[in-house]
Design a protein around this ligand. Structure first.
Ligand SMILES: [Zn+2]
Length: 489
């Protein structure tokens, strides 16, 4: 039992014993809470406020669910529990660093990626060191008080999000297109029903992916086109969900060079690719009964004597001409061929692309919401419901032909920039020109498409209860939840 009289964060004599801790999220207004934390009833602490109790052989953290917990419902309630537990985990690791196991007494799942801190510092040794012979075990393991399917599923979601964060965090010299493919192959080792194909530039050239390859012209680093085929559906030929992710492993802007300040953030410009491969891994681990194809065009975008120049025009895979007005708008160039390939090759029912595409998204939403453009109300509604459940929040943006004049006015069919106004909207409209068989509205036969622009949410500059600073793995949990619901239909 808990003995509040032993409350102390500094009583090392007692703390030496305890390597196990437990977390009890509590509603501060309830009777049982009042005995342990009397003041909590009169002045209920806000969500995540944590008190750690040290006993002879255990550590217990009480973490507040906030003053209005009883009134919360659905997705909001789940998020409050996530924040409360996330804060308590952080507090335990802060004040009780000998703890190696944390038991969580929560009736909801932990679909959140707490306890993640990317570092390549050498002392103490980093688990992220790419040259490790043996993996370093996690310092703290989280366990549920009562085992449940929901908990296990939550762990899969959280690990997938953390994988995306890791892929994004790695500096570009350690996460080239080649290394990205190797890492994904290693992550999928032993996974059932999944096949991985790593295509090279010659393959892309044969397919006619000229806009994709136009971005790769400036770098000696070989471009790759990674494909994952997951066949979980009971019939092998069931129409798949196709996920496309932008994989620019470093974006200098090319000849239209970016300013130096904060350019290192562009090591994460493969965040879309990271999100879709990580989501696919979770989908395969959960053995969801659906078919999924993942496509990620991967390249660096560098300036050099062979780089694409502003004004160059390329014939895209679908035969349309594209003028490169600004070489820094390269994401849509690599996506256009990947989207066309994805929408012609696999008889997909749905195609979703994810990309760190436009700074306009950051201006519109900051780090809070991710912008979604979709031709289908039904697809948008399903994505939005999944994002709400996971608190991986989405906001629908206009996909409208009235933005067309901004990108249709050059010597080519399309121009890869449309000026500042509605920058996210013109980018989405550009991509739409490469979706084959697009069905607007409801249809059995056509293809539903959504474009998710994570440029604003790719990085957290301030920590939240369960997400530290740094790359976020934005939209991974929403995608996995979307797929899980799709599988239940
Ligand atoms: Zn760019």
């Amino acid at each position: 039992m808990l003995r509040p009289s032993l409350v102390s964060s500094r009583s090392t004599a007692i703390r030496k014993m305890a390597t196990s801790a437990s977390i009890r999220p509590f509603d501060p207004k309830t009777q049982s809470a009042s005995k342990l934390w009397p003041a909590s009833v009169t002045k209920p602490p806000k969500v995540g406020t944590t008190r750690v109790f040290f006993n002879a052989d255990s550590v217990t953290a009480l973490s507040s669910l906030g003053p209005d917990f009883a009134k919360k419902k659905g997705a909001t309630k789940r998020e409050v529990v996530r924040r409360s537990v996330g804060s308590a985990v952080k507090e335990i690791t802060r004040v009780a660093d000998e703890v190696t196991e944390v038991v969580v007494d929560a009736t909801v799942d932990p679909h959140a990626a707490a306890l993640y801190n990317f570092t390549l510092k050498t002392d103490p040794p980093s688990a992220f060191n790419p040259n490790l012979k043996e993996p370093i075990p996690e310092k703290v393991t989280l366990k549920p008080l009562d085992a449940s399917v929901e908990w296990d599923r939550g762990v899969v979601y959280a690990k997938a999000q953390n994988l995306a964060r890791t892929l994004m965090e790695f500096p570009a010299n350690m996460m080239t297109p080649t290394v990205f493919c190797q890492r994904v192959q290693a992550e999928f080792a032993g996974i059932q029903n999944a096949q991985i194909f790593v295509r090279d530039e010659a393959w892309a050239a044969e397919k006619g992916m000229r806009t994709f390859l136009s971005v790769a012209r400036g770098t000696p680093e070989p471009a790759k086109f990674l494909e994952i085929h997951y066949k979980g559906a009971s019939t092998e030929n069931a129409r798949p969900l196709v996920l496309v992710g932008k994989g620019v492993t470093f974006d200098t802007g090319g000849i239209s060079l970016k300013p130096a300040a904060d350019m290192k953030l562009m090591r994460g410009d493969m965040g879309g690719a990271a999100a879709v491969v990580s989501a696919a891994l979770a989908i395969a681990q959960l053995k969801l009964p659906i078919n999924v194809v993942v496509l990620t065009p991967l390249t660096e975008n560098m300036p050099s004597g062979t780089a694409t120049k502003p004004g160059d025009i390329f014939y895209a895979m679908n035969g349309k001409t594209v003028e490169v007005d600004n070489t820094d708008a390269e994401g849509r160039l690599i996506l256009s061929d990947a989207i066309y390939y994805g929408s012609t090759e696999f008889d997909a029912h749905t195609l979703i692309d994810v990309a760190t595409l436009t700074g306009a998204m950051d201006i519109a939403f900051g780090e809070v919401f991710t912008g979604v453009f979709s031709s289908s109300d039904a697809l948008w509604e399903r994505l939005n419901a999944a994002g709400e459940t996971e608190y991986d929040r989405l906001w629908r943006m206009p996909l409208d032909e009235d933005y067309g004049p901004q990108i249709y006015g050059s010597n080519a069919d399309l121009q890869n920039t449309g000026g500042k106004p509605g920058g996210g909207c013109t980018a989405a409209l550009f991509l739409k020109a490469f979706v084959h068989g697009l069905e607007e509205g409801e249809s059995e036969k056509g293809l539903a498409w959504a474009h998710i622009d994570i440029a604003g949410t790719m990085e957290a500059t301030r920590p939240t209860a369960y997400l530290g600073r740094g790359m976020t793995g934005s939209s991974v949990r929403a995608l996995v939840e979307y797929a899980r619901r799709l599988a239940e239909q």
